[in-house]
Every structure is written in structure tokens, then in C-alpha cells.
Write a protein that binds this ligand. Structure first.
Ligand code: IPD
Ligand code: CA
Ligand code: CA
Ligand code: CA
Length: 264
């Protein structure tokens, strides 16, 4: 397998997909809802997934593709080379703000992460990681993540998880929010993971993500020494929805011990 070629192509196609999205801003958007009124999809989500899939299929007909909009393959195992794609992560932001969204592309081989790309289309910022070779923001190498205390941490977390909800007792995370320096919510899981990678935030906690939301970010954060697990501290399953806890080292252990252990 020529990983250098796959890497070059993945970056080229992701940037091209981003260019297409930027030029779509002048056109009228077709917005549909999926499972609920706040679960949005647009013609651009589908076009972008279709564009990336065509490129991959033309060059790598034996690779498998898992994409959010369902235009790829139906996978029940991760054997062989698998591309995991979220054509627009943060569709609500894309529709409402035309910013704060990203394309997320990951390539795995037999379940092992090989390439992680997160492209912030509006800022033209391509976050890129290859295990063993480092993680980069455009061409700038990102430093390894350093430990931080809870009191000095800025964490990303959606307000849903500290109000009444179906997935977590809101009193578990509320005391953490009081203790940290600050909280943020960007509305794109991929960007939130890229922000942990760059140190713009120190951790990200969410109760339900799909594989395409975290497949690239997982590779990136782990390459920099950060931790990515479920809220119970288990490894993420790339074929299912998971709760996701992404954090700098040290902070992960501290938040797990003081707060998330109450989930067990
Ligand atoms: C969503 C975003 C959002 C997260 C949701 C995801 P989408 O992805 O990542 O931040 O909270 O769980 O579904 O649908 O915009 O690709
Ligand atoms: Ca979606
Ligand atoms: Ca997503
Ligand atoms: Ca999406």
C-alpha cells in the first residue's frame, strides 16, 4: 500500500471539496430535515460526499467507504482499507452561519488509523495527522499536548448535557463546569477535536457521536498524546455511536476520577 500517495490524494480531494463548498455560498441552498427538525442536511452535504466518493472509487476501487449521507458502503466490519467521511460536520452551522463547519476524512486499515484530515473550509485550515509522523495545521507541526489542571482548563460541552436529557444525569457534569476556567460549544465535533489537538481547548465531552464525527479527530488527538475514549474510559467503536471524551493527558484521568466515575 502506498500510503504517501493515499495521503497526497486525500489532502488534494479534501481541499478540492472545500473549494466547491466555498463556491456554493453564492447559490441557493436546499435544506431538508432528517430524523428531527434540528437534524439538517443540504444538497451540499450530499454533493460533497458524492464528489469524494467518486474520487476514491476512481483511484482505489477496492477500498471501502463509510459516509454519513449513506452514499458509500454499508459496513459491518473494518477489514481492508476503509475511508470514513463526514462531508460537512456542523451542518447546522453551515446553514445558519456559513462558518464553523469542517470536512472530516479518515483512512483506516484493518481498524487501525492511518490518516486523519479535518478541513476548516472557511479558514482554509487543514488539520492533518499520520500516526508516527506527527500532526500538522496546514504545514505547521503541532506540538505534543501537555498536562493541564482542571481549574485552568477550557472544555467544550453542549448545554444539553447539563439540562434534563435522555443520556446523562445533568448533575454529573454541572460541578465540573463550575470548576473549569471556561466552557465552549462550537457545534462541530470534528473542529472541537481539532481544537483539542491545537490546544485551543483542553477537552471535549459529548454523549453521542457517529464514527464519521470522530474518526479523523481520534487519529489526530492520539498522535499528539491526548486521550480519546467513551465517557466510561473505553476505546471508541468505529462501527457504532459512542459517547466521546477527548482530552489532554492528565486532565482525562482527573475528570474521569472526579466526575465520570459516577456513571459506573
Ligand atoms: C453533528 C456535529 C455536532 C454534534 C452532533 C453531530 P453533523 O454532525 O458534529 O457538533 O453535536 O452530534 O451529529 O450532523 O453536523 O455532521
Ligand atoms: Ca448530520
Ligand atoms: Ca458530523
Ligand atoms: Ca455531516
Amino acid at each position: 500500500m502506498n500510503w504517501s500517495d493515499i495521503d497526497t490524494n486525500a489532502k488534494k480531494w479534501t481541499r478540492e471539496a472545500g473549494e466547491r463548498i466555498r463556491s456554493s455560498f453564492s447559490q441557493e441552498l436546499m435544506i431538508h430535515t432528517k430524523t428531527s427538525p434540528d437534524d439538517l442536511v443540504t444538497n451540499i452535504d450530499r454533493d460533497t460526499e458524492q464528489f469524494l466518493i467518486e474520487k476514491i472509487r476512481e483511484t482505489y476501487p477496492d477500498h471501502q467507504i463509510l459516509g454519513e449521507e449513506g452514499l458509500g458502503d454499508k459496513l459491518d466490519k473494518l477489514d481492508g482499507t476503509v475511508w470514513i467521511i463526514d462531508p460537512i460536520d456542523g451542518t447546522m452551522n453551515f446553514v445558519h452561519q456559513q462558518r464553523n463547519f469542517a470536512i472530516s476524512v479518515a483512512v483506516y486499515e484493518d481498524g487501525i488509523g492511518k490518516i486523519g484530515l479535518i478541513y476548516d473550509v472557511v479558514h482554509d485550515e487543514l488539520y492533518h495527522a499520520k500516526p508516527g509522523e506527527g500532526a500538522f495545521l496546514n504545514d505547521i507541526r503541532l506540538p505534543q499536548l501537555e498536562e493541564v489542571e482542571v481549574e485552568k482548563a477550557v472544555i467544550a460541552l453542549n448545554a444539553t448535557w447539563v439540562t434534563e436529557n435522555k443520556r446523562i444525569d445533568p448533575t454529573i457534569l454541572a460541578p465540573l463546569i463550575k470548576r473549569v476556567r471556561g466552557t465552549r460549544s462550537y457545534g462541530s465535533a470534528a473542529l472541537e477535536m481539532a481544537y483539542v489537538a491545537t490546544g485551543r481547548i483542553d477537552a471535549y465531552i459529548t454523549l453521542r457521536l457517529s464514527p464519521w464525527d470522530f474518526a479523523a479527530g481520534l487519529i489526530m488527538v492520539q498522535e499528539l498524546g491526548g486521550k480519546v475514549t467513551t465517557l466510561l474510559g473505553e476505546p471508541l467503536n468505529l462501527l457504532e455511536q459512542n459517547s466521546v471524551f477527548v482530552s489532554k493527558p492528565g486532565l482525562h484521568e482527573e475528570i474521569s476520577k472526579d466526575y465520570l466515575s459516577k456513571l459506573k
